[in-house]
Design a protein around this ligand. Structure first.
Ligand code: FES
Ligand SMILES: [Fe+2]
Length: 423
C-alpha cells in the first residue's frame, strides 16, 4: 500500500487533482479509516427529536459500533456502547422504545439508561471487592448542535461546534426552517450499496452527474409543467475540515418555501404563509436562501443533509471496502399541517426514496464505478480536477469533492500516537 499522502495528488500549477483507486478497494485503507477517521471525528448518531421524552431510546450502528442513544430521567441524552460489560452481549436489541433500564439477555445484568450498572444476579459470588461502578456501560462523548447529535470516540477531540466550523452556516439554514423546531418524521429508509462508502459522499454533492444520470427526473418535471431550461445553477464550496456543500437554484418546488403550479392554488397560499413567517423571523438573505435555494451538505465523513425538493438526513457506514449500509430519515418542521407534511413526504419519496427517481440511478452508477476499481487495477487514478482553474467553483465542478479528499489525506497521513511515542 502507498502512504496515504501519495494517494491524493494535488498539482495547483497544472490544475490536476488525482485520487488513487486503491482508496476504494484496499482493506488496509478501510482499517486505517476506522482508526484515523471514524474513531477521531464527530460522527452523526441521531436527531434529538427521535428521543423526545425521558427514557426514550433508539439503537443504531455508528462508526461500525452498536450504540444506544438514550434520554435519561432528567432529559439528558447519552450515547452508550451497546455491549454488556460482563461478557459482551448486546444489551438492547430493540430498534427503539422507552425504558428506564436495559436487561442483558445473557446473564441478566441490568443497566440504567445512563449506563449505570444496577443489577447483578447473585452478586455475592464475586466477593467483597466487586465494584459495580467499574462496570457501567461505556458512555461515549456526545454533543448536539441544534438537535443533531454526534459522537466522538476520541476524548481529546475538539468541541463539536469547532469541528463543524463553516458548515454551521448551512446547518442553521436547515435547523431553523421552523419556529417550532425540526423533527425526524416516522421511521427510516435502510439499504445497502455494493460500493465504497466515500462514493456516496461524492455522489451526494456532485452536480455534474444530475442532468445525465437523472434525466428521467427532469423529464418528469417537464411532464409536470415545469420549465427546466434554466437548469441547476449555483456554487460548490469546500468548507474546510473536510465538510463541503453545493448551493443552487433549481426548477423543482420546496416544501419550505417555493411553490410550483402542480401543487395547486390552495398550496400556494400555504407556501406563501411559510415564506412570510421566514421573512419576519430571519434576515432577508437567510429567508431567501432557506425558501428558494437548495443545498446538499456533506459533513465529514459520513453525514449528508439534502435540503432539496424535500429534506433528508443520510448516513452511510462502511461494511467492507466495497459495501456500505445507508440509512436515511426525512426531516420536517414540528407541528407541520397535515397537507404540507403529505407534500413533503411525497416529494421525499419521489426523488431520494430508495425507489425514487434518484437513488436507483445513483446506486447503479456507484456500483458500476466499484466494479471498475475492483477488477481493473491497470487504471490507477481518479481525476477530480474539474473547475480547478476557476476562482469560484460551480455545482458541476469538483471543488467540493477535493475539500473532502484534502482532509481525508491529512487525517490518513497522521501517525498513530503509539508510533510517534516509540520513535
Ligand atoms: S453478558 Fe450480559 S449479563 Fe453476561
Ligand atoms: Fe444523484
Amino acid at each position: 500500500m502507498k502512504n496515504a499522502n501519495e494517494l491524493v495528488i494535488e498539482n495547483k500549477m497544472k490544475n490536476k487533482f488525482l485520487v488513487h483507486r486503491s482508496t476504494f478497494v484496499d482493506s488496509e485503507i478501510l482499517k486505517m479509516e476506522r482508526e484515523n477517521i471514524f474513531s477521531k471525528c464527530w460522527i452523526y448518531v441521531g436527531h434529538e427529536s427521535e428521543i423526545p421524552n425521558p427514557h426514550d431510546y433508539v439503537t443504531r450502528k455508528v462508526a461500525g459500533r452498536a450504540v444506544i442513544l438514550t434520554r435519561d430521567a432528567d432529559g439528558r441524552f447519552h450515547t452508550l456502547l451497546n455491549t454488556c460489560t460482563h461478557r459482551g452481549a448486546l444489551v438492547c436489541r430493540e430498534e427503539k422504545g422507552n425504558s428506564k433500564t436495559f436487561l442483558c439477555c445473557y446473564h441478566a445484568w441490568s443497566f440504567k439508561n445512563d449506563g449505570e450498572l444496577i443489577g447483578v444476579p447473585h452478586q455475592a459470588a464475586y466477593g467483597g471487592h466487586f465494584d459495580k461502578k467499574e462496570l457501567n456501560m461505556y458512555e461515549a462523548r456526545s454533543e448536539s448542535y441544534k438537535g443533531f447529535v454526534f459522537v466522538n470516540f476520541d476524548k481529546n477531540a475538539e468541541s463539536l461546534e469547532d469541528y463543524l466550523g463553516n458548515a454551521k452556516e448551512y446547518l442553521d439554514l436547515v435547523a431553523e426552517q421552523s419556529p417550532n423546531g425540526m423533527e425526524v418524521i416516522g421511521g427510516s429508509q435502510k439499504y445497502s450499496i455494493r460500493a465504497n462508502w466515500k462514493l456516496l459522499g461524492e455522489n451526494s454533492i456532485d452536480g455534474y452527474h444530475a442532468a445525465h444520470n437523472h434525466a428521467t427526473y427532469f423529464e418528469f418535471l417537464i411532464d409536470d409543467g415545469l420549465d427546466v431550461s434554466s437548469g441547476v445553477v449555483g456554487y460548490g464550496k469546500s468548507l474546510e475540515n473536510g465538510h463541503n456543500v453545493v448551493e443552487y437554484k433549481a426548477p423543482w418546488g420546496r416544501p419550505v418555501a417555493k411553490w410550483i403550479p402542480s401543487w395547486g392554488e390552495e398550496a400556494r397560499l400555504e407556501v406563501e404563509e411559510i415564506k412570510k413567517e421566514l421573512e419576519q423571523r430571519l434576515d432577508a438573505e437567510q429567508a431567501f436562501r432557506m425558501a428558494e435555494r437548495n443545498r446538499n451538505l456533506w459533513i465529514f465523513p459520513n453525514l449528508i443533509i439534502n435540503d432539496i425538493m424535500s429534506l433528508t438526513i443520510r448516513t452511510f457506514d462502511p461494511v467492507s471496502p466495497d459495501s456500505m449500509d445507508v440509512t436515511a430519515w426525512a426531516l420536517g418542521p414540528k407541528d407541520e399541517p397535515e397537507s404540507l407534511r403529505a407534500r413533503r413526504l411525497d416529494t421525499f419519496l419521489t426523488f431520494i426514496g430508495p425507489g425514487g427517481f434518484a437513488t436507483p440511478d445513483d446506486i447503479e452508477s456507484l456500483e458500476a464505478c466499484q466494479l471498475g476499481f475492483s477488477t481493473m487495477p491497470e487504471v490507477q487514478w481518479q481525476d477530480i480536477s474539474r473547475g480547478m482553474h476557476k476562482e469560484e467553483a460551480t455545482t458541476t465542478d469538483e471543488e467540493q469533492m477535493r475539500g473532502f479528499w484534502r482532509r481525508w489525506a491529512e487525517l490518513m497521513s497522521k501517525e498513530k500516537e503509539s508510533e510517534v511515542l516509540s520513535k
